[in-house]
Design a protein around this ligand. Structure first.
Ligand SMILES: NC(=O)c1ccc[n+]([C@@H]2O[C@H](COP(=O)([O-])OP(=O)(O)OC[C@H]3O[C@@H](n4cnc5c(N)ncnc54)[C@H](O)[C@@H]3O)[C@@H](O)[C@H]2O)c1
Length: 358
């Protein structure tokens, strides 16, 4: 049965990398149908649309996944369109798992002396619908010297339980042994106390997994000191956001970092970790490999594990021996190629790999 994918390229480098990502996925010959949507800053500035009414229902009814580029445009003050597009989908589709693999694919990309592919391979499960991103709060006496601003962190037992369960289940499925939950329970005693209690119970349900709770500041330090100690990390929305930028920096940068926003069994959204990168947009400098790896995550989620692995291997080979954009040139040396050149080479690799299997 054909699986329909809603493609939302978005802003800045989003369309540049989405075009390549879709060509790469199409080349795999799977029963996937890609439908393009123009939501982003241009549409918002033209007619005020973020997502049209009824779009969430359309996604729930007709689509298996969303393949998303990036949103963010300096012409939109406060990026309010991004909230109406990306955050709206994360929250309204209840995509509670933000899965972010931080896996090094070439030793030369490691910024840490003595740590390579064997040491840098952890996966972060970030809670994606609550925490400090729930939008609960307010401002009093705005703009005056007496201004008061509250941002309330939302932690529900249901929300914490389900992300913890997802992390443990993933570890078991992948044959991994360790899950680390990270918080700041020494200071944020109420909300993060809940995380501690829920984690202790979840670890009792999964006795074969080594479960460890750590304060987030200690973990940030340890991820640089001994990243090999971590396999699965599970945490709240804010800490997951920050730690995965660290994770991206440890594994080749934003040009290689992929993510999934997932609700198991429902339409889910896959996007690179990077934003719309207005500083390099339209210059052919964007690395399309994060989008390609995001496609591999999506394929895996949609039940195409073999093609997903094929694509990951092609990206690894591309990084090892192929054309590269400026972000990777800094690690690997030149010459520098454009987004499209990297994309075309990756397509060629996939076609050769597919032929050699025939
Ligand atoms: N999920 C999203 O859509 C998302 C995520 C983060 C930021 N944003 C938005 O994107 C805009 C820019 O934000 P930012 O600059 O903080 O983050 P960014 O990720 O867009 O860029 C950070 C830096 O990384 C570089 N970079 C990013 N992706 C790259 C790629 N594929 N190849 C090579 N270099 C790459 C950029 O050139 C920039 O120097 C803002 O409007 C922000 O709100 C959107």
């Amino acid at each position: 049965m054909t699986q329909r994918i809603a493609v939302i390229p978005g802003d800045g480098i989003g369309p540049e990398v989405a075009r390549i990502g879709v060509r790469v996925l199409e080349s795999l010959g799977l029963p996937l149908q890609f439908d393009w949507f123009d939501f982003g800053a241009n549409r918002y500035l033209r007619d005020g649309t973020t997502l049209p009414a009824g779009f969430m229902d359309t996604l729930r009814r007709d689509y298996a996944a969303v393949y998303f580029g990036a949103v963010g445009d300096p012409r939109v003050p406060g990026n309010e369109h991004a909230k109406g597009i990306l955050l709206a989908m994360r929250f309204e589709l209840d995509l509670y798992i933000n899965l972010r693999p931080c896996i090094l694919i070439d030793d030369r990309l490691s910024p840490i002396k003595g740590k390579g592919c064997a040491q840098l391979k952890f996966v972060v499960f970030r809670e994606n619908t609550e925490g400090l991103y729930a939008g609960v709060g307010g401002v009093l006496k705005k703009g005056t010297p007496d201004e008061v601003a509250h941002e309330v962190e939302v932690n529900t037992r249901k929300g914490v339980d389900r992300i913890l369960e997802a992390a443990f289940a993933y570890a078991e499925r992948q044959g991994l042994r360790k899950v680390c939950m990270t918080d700041k329970a020494n200071v944020l005693v109420h909300g993060h106390g809940l995380w501690r209690r829920a984690f202790a119970e979840a670890s009792r349900r999964h006795p074969a997994i080594q479960a460890k709770a750590m304060y987030v500041d200690a973990l940030a330090m340890d991820l640089v000191r001994q990243p090999e100690a971590y396999e699965v990390i599970v945490t709240n929305n804010l800490f997951g956001d920050i730690l995965t930028d660290l994770g991206a920096a440890l594994t080749g940068g934003l040009g290689l970092a992929a993510s999934g926003n997932i609700h198991p069994g429902r339409v889910s959204l896959f996007e690179p970790v990077h934003g719309s990168a207005p500083d390099i947009a339209g210059q052919g400098k964007a690395n399309p490999l994060a989008m390609a790896l995001t496609g591999a995550l999506m394929l895996d989620h949609l039940g195409h594990a073999r093609e997903s692995q094929l694509l990951v291997r092609a990206v690894e080979e591309q990084v090892r021996e192929g054309a590269r954009t400026p972000d990777l040139e800094a690690f690997l040396g030149g010459p520098v190629s454009t987004t499209d050149q990297v994309g075309s080479e990756l397509l060629g690799r996939l076609q050769r790999a597919a032929q050699s299997r025939l």
